[in-house]
Ligand binder design. Structure first.
Ligand code: IPE
Ligand code: IPE
Ligand code: MG
Length: 283
């Protein structure tokens, strides 16, 4: 943690402190990292270059999540539908994943990050499965940020898988149909150990879920950034968080029932000013 902290400017430290002390940061942020291909194509580069640059955004977002003490971060890295892409692109994505996991492992360890993975992992190439398994095992007892990678993931697939497991338990007499509540159902999903996402970010301006955390996102606050993922760096993440903490989450109720739930205007203004100052320094 120290190494990261000292690299922060005073104004960024102040921004982080104020975000933290607002007491309103999300517990679980989930991100659909989209737009790598377009980022590259607009620069006349091959799509894989976008994926490569996207790794730097992953590093920055993970780092800020650790610094802010956000306990859960889930990244959509590869969907089940992504298997339909051209073979060469799939191959490079798998190589990058392999590279990232091996290379970042010491850094994940240093910051007490616990890595998790959700998805149909046995669909991944063997050597990727191995580095994933190694990284999961190596970080299993860490107690800091829980970083979950969605790999070969599909929300519908996970729901159907859960239904199958439930049906098996009913057949074995371990569960009676009357006992299938929402909580019980969720306990069969791969996300069972994660709280529901509070903030769901999608980059590249696309307004869709693309089969990500369908059940879990029932009440997630959605934030769409027009930036392509390789351009989504820490200032963009701060902006998403600032937008989130200003929102009123009503969960079906009305404003009056929520009491003094809104973020005080002075704090919002100060955060806005600090973020502007950080943006000026970074760009
Ligand atoms: C997101 O970027 C990364 C993955 C889906 C693996 P894309 O590769 O989807 O980039 P665009 O959306 O085509 O620009
Ligand atoms: C969603 O992005 C999946 C990931 C970010 C891993 P896509 O680029 O695959 O989504 P669609 O196909 O445009 O909806
Ligand atoms: Mg895309």
């Amino acid at each position: 943690m120290e190494g990261w902290d000292t690299s922060l400017s005073e104004v960024e430290q102040r921004l982080q402190e104020l975000l933290r002390s607002s007491g309103r940061l999300p517990k679980h942020v989930a991100i659909i990292m989209d737009g790598n291909g377009r980022w590259a194509q607009e620069r006349g580069l091959p799509r894989v270059e976008g994926h490569r640059q996207g790794i730097q955004s992953v590093r920055e977002v993970v780092k800020v999540a650790v610094q802010l003490g956000i306990p859960y971060l889930t990244l959509y890295a590869f969907s089940m539908e992504n298997w339909r892409r051209p073979q060469v692109e799939i191959r490079t994505l798998m190589e990058l994943l392999h590279y990232y996991l091996r290379r970042e492992l010491p850094e994940l360890q240093r910051h007490g990050i616990r890595l998790r993975a959700i998805g149909k992992l046995n669909a991944l190439p063997r050597r990727v499965q191995r580095v994933v398994a190694d990284a999961l095992q190596a970080t299993a007892s860490n107690t800091g940020l829980t970083l979950t990678l969605a790999l070969s993931y599909s929300g519908r697939w996970d729901i159907v898988r859960a239904v199958q497991m439930i049906a098996i338990d009913v057949r074995r007499g371990k569960l009676s149909p009357e006992d299938i509540t929402e909580e019980r159902f969720a306990s069969y999903l791969l996300t069972r150990e994660l709280p529901e996402p509070d903030l769901l970010i999608r980059t590249s301006g696309e307004m869709r879920l693309s089969n990500f955390l369908l059940w879990e996102s029932a009440y997630a606050e959605i934030y769409v950034s027009n930036l392509y993922w390789p351009d989504f760096r820490r200032c963009a993440f701060y902006r998403a968080l600032l937008d989130y903490i200003r929102r009123e989450r009503r969960f079906g109720m009305i404003s009056e029932q929520l009491g003094a739930y809104r973020l005080a205007e002075e704090i919002a203004t100060e955060l806005e000013e600090l973020l502007h100052a950080v943006e000026r320094r970074v760009h």
